[in-house]
Design a protein around this ligand. Structure first.
Ligand code: ADP
Length: 249
């Protein structure tokens, strides 16, 4: 693997669905503590890319290597990939609405300890402290006793990020985190993602250019399953090919 700071190395992957190439010789790297935005028009291959990294979809060719030991992710199943440190946040929050913030986080902590311990596991003082710390980390420190169903849309998204953090992921894949959020929530989400990316890799798939601008990070533009452009948002949005296919000008 090139350079010790590379966490994920995707090389020459392709995926064909019923004769249609959804991912076409896609290559790129993600650094160990990097915030990266992936943008691209509908059908560009963003979801399929995340499906490959999380083991849901297998590419027909290419390699996906992980960490300094260059472990082959394509030989692992979805739960092994989750355990190795890849967490995925889908667009819709999937918290348990009738449970408190604290209970949701505790369930996530329990699940992170491994399924074989769930039946016998009883939370200790340190687990309650960890739950409080996770809530604090995602801006819900004063909401621990609140029923999750009563949280705002943005707070539910943060809670779910907190639940993912219970697994201590080294890479967090986040799908359209700002969708449906108020301006204040978007600002808080930006700050949260920037903070999280100081100690792990965070890859954000996002349509909202204003939100991507706030993230102020390297951007990868996907188109027809390949990287069309990469660099700062200003750099990629000045690229004539990006303007043509993505911005429609
Ligand atoms: P994006 O997330 O960028 O919108 P996707 O990764 O969802 O793009 O899809 C890329 C292309 O692959 C699209 O044209 C989509 O219709 C196609 N595709 C995705 N999954 C399947 C599937 N399971 N079967 C057939 N075609 C698929």
């Amino acid at each position: 693997m090139s350079g010790t700071s590379t966490l994920l190395e995707v090389s020459g992957i392709s995926v064909t669905f019923d004769g249609f190439r959804a991912i076409n010789n896609l290559s790129f790297n993600i650094g160990a503590a990097e915030l990266r935005a992936i943008i691209g028009p509908n059908g560009a291959g963003k979801t399929t890319f995340m499906d490959i990294v999380t083991g849901k979809t297998r590419p027909d060719e290419g390699s996906v290597l992980w960490g300094e030991m260059s472990r082959n992710l394509l030989k692992m199943n979805e739960s092994q990939i989750a355990r190795i440190g890849i967490g995925r946040k889908f667009q819709r929050p999937t918290v348990f609405e009738d449970q408190s913030v604290s209970d949701n986080l505790m369930m996530a902590l329990k699940a992170a300890r491994g399924p074989w311990r769930v039946l016998v596991w009883r939370p200790k003082e340190e687990d309650h402290a960890r739950v409080a710390a996770l809530a604090e980390q995602v801006g819900l420190g004063d909401q621990l006793a609140r029923k999750s169903g009563e949280l705002s849309h943005g707070q539910k998204q943060w809670l779910e990020i907190g639940m993912l953090l219970a697994q201590e992921p080294k890479l967090l894949l986040v799908d359209e985190p700002a969708a449906g959020m108020t301006l204040a929530e978007r600002e808080q989400t930006t700050a949260l993602l920037v903070e999280l990316a100081k100690t792990r890799a965070v890859v954000v798939v996002e349509h909202d250019m204003e939100f991507v601008r706030r993230l102020d990070c390297k951007v990868t533009v996907l188109h027809e399953g390949s990287v069309l452009a990469e660099g700062s948002l200003d750099h990629v949005t000045a690229n004539p090919k990006v303007i043509e296919v993505y911005l429609g000008r």
